[in-house]
Design a protein around this ligand. Structure first.
Ligand code: NAG
Ligand code: NAG
Ligand code: NAG
Ligand code: NAG
Ligand code: NAG
Length: 422
């Protein structure tokens, strides 16, 4: 993944290398040769100049400083949102897989600054979604998203981003001809000209919904088996990119208040807290990944909790702002990141490589990016889901670094060459 990122202290060199690459394409042969000569001369000149100007010892010193990660360490998730007129990356009205309830512009949102923010990590840049490269990279592959409706949004965003690069839109279709709906368990979109699918499995808890044991108290209407992964999980194994999330359903309103309690080892756990249950479920997920997924083939991601922006005493007020918050949201820091902390810890404990996508912090600024009343049902405000285009596109731009990881090999090799010249 790191290969897709450009460290700031190196970015000027990389940009230069890139510019040269782009120039190569448009130039004729003669110019290519003269450009090559030019680069060579630059290198030679740089070599002579540096050797003359700086004693070798200083160069060694500078190298060790550069190799110290603390200076330019690239934390993708530590950054700010910056205005960028080149966004958004697609028009949801032209993407049949962006569901109506997330298409805020089409549902009457008037201000459109919320579409123009790009996530800028502190010490590096996320390269813009390069649809041509991604489409080629995904040939013959299978991308699978698993989780709740926020996962569905990321799935929709991914398809819309990819459809931008497909000329014949009818070559992209849902495998079973299904329409997107809130409770549908499976949706698979096939990019037939590129021979790959992008799929979504709805599994809001990731673990299985169980039966009610005999002699259970009356209030128990259903159970969640914390120690068994969703039955659908066998369908997730055979994939190339596998992205999980869960969190939004782990609360009293969606569990105890509707009579849903936890079960471990066949036994009811009536007093178990949602956080303890969440940890148990994630550990079930972790051992499933360790035992069932071939991580040499499948790159597994877990996306952390996405901050919502409800306010008011009971958290029932949804005020969508016109600009992102200047500081990351308070409610996220105080309560909501508990989920993310557990995810981080569980993933860190794992014996196989899994990438945590730490999206909690970046989302917490974006009180301007929620659906609000611009959904297909304006009477129910929504400060949990995001408008499309919007924040989920950023998650996919981060993910896309993984698809195109090899893209920078040439410049990287070039840098090495330059390094050895010095
Ligand atoms: C190397 O470091 C020294 C001081 O530590 C600085 O004066 C010099 O400009 C640096 N050279 C390069 C090429 O970065
Ligand atoms: C790297 O950076 C850390 C923190 O700034 C510093 O303590 C350490 O000495 C540095 N190491 C080297 C090799 O420069
Ligand atoms: C998006 O597409 C729709 C339908 O083609 C069009 O009416 C609308 O103007 C477009 N919006 C933007 C912002 O380009
Ligand atoms: C499509 O991809 C599959 C692997 O997912 C591969 O087995 C098959 O040969 C590919 N078909 C074509 C026509 O390339
Ligand atoms: C991670 O592993 C440690 C040591 O085995 C254990 O104490 C801890 O509970 C684990 N964390 C989670 C979240 O399961």
């Amino acid at each position: 993944m790191a290969a897709c990122l450009i460290s700031t202290h190196r970015s000027s060199i990389l940009k230069w290398v890139y510019r040269k690459r782009f120039l190569f394409r448009s130039f004729n042969k003669f110019n290519v040769i003269s450009s090559c000569l030019c680069i060579l001369l630059t290198l030679v000149y740089g070599y002579i100049y540096l050797c003359k100007a700086i004693p070798p010892v200083t160069i060694e010193e500078n190298r060790s400083i550069n190799s110290n990660d603390s200076k330019g360490a690239c934390d993708l998730y530590d950054g700010t949102w910056v205005l960028d007129e080149n966004y958004p990356l697609y028009n949801a009205s032209q993407c049949p897989f962006a569901e109506n309830s997330f298409n805020c512009l089409a549902n009457g949102r008037r201000d459109n600054k919320y579409l123009k923010w790009r996530w800028k990590p502190k010490n590096c840049d996320i390269s813009r979604f390069n649809v041509g490269v991604v489409l080629e990279k995904l040939r013959g592959k299978r991308v699978v998203f698993v989780g709740d409706s926020l996962s569905r949004t990321q799935w929709e965003s991914m398809i819309c981003l990819l459809m931008n690069g497909v000329t014949d839109k009818t070559s992209v279709y849902e495998i079973n001809g299904n329409k997107i709906s809130k409770n549908i368990r499976y949706l698979g979109v096939r990019f037939s000209s590129y021979n790959f699918t992008v799929e979504f499995y709805r599994s809001v808890f990731l673990v299985q919904i169980g039966s009610v044991p005999r002699h259970a108290p009356k209030r128990v209407r259903s159970t969640i088996k914390l120690d068994e992964l969703d039955k659908f999980s066998s369908k997730w194994i055979d994939s190339d990119i596998l992205v999980f999330n869960t969190g939004h359903w782990w609360n009293r309103a969606k569990l105890f208040e509707i009579g849903c309690y936890f079960k471990v080892n066949g036994r009811l756990k009536l007093g178990m807290s949602t956080m303890a249950a969440y940890t148990t479920a994630l550990n079930t997920w972790a051992s499933w990944v360790e035992n069932m997924v071939n991580t040499d083939r499948t790159h597994v991601f877990f996306r952390t909790f996405e901050g919502s922006h409800w306010s008011g005493q009971n958290g029932h007020i949804c005020k969508v702002t016109q600009n992102p918050l200047a500081q990351s949201g308070r409610e996220y820091i105080e309560y909501r990141s508990q989920f993310s902390d557990i995810i981080k810890e569980v993933v860190n404990n794992m014996s196989v490589p899994v990438t945590t996508m730490h999206v909690t912090h970046m989302g917490s600024y974006r009180s301007d990016a929620h659906v609000g009343t611009w959904s297909d049902n304006p009477t129910v405000p929504d400060c949990s889901h995001w408008c499309l285009p919007g924040v989920p596109d950023t998650w996919n731009e981060i993910l896309h670094c993984d698809f195109v990881g090899e893209m920078l090999i040439l410049p990287a090799a070039f840098l090495l060459l330059m390094g050895s010249q010095l």
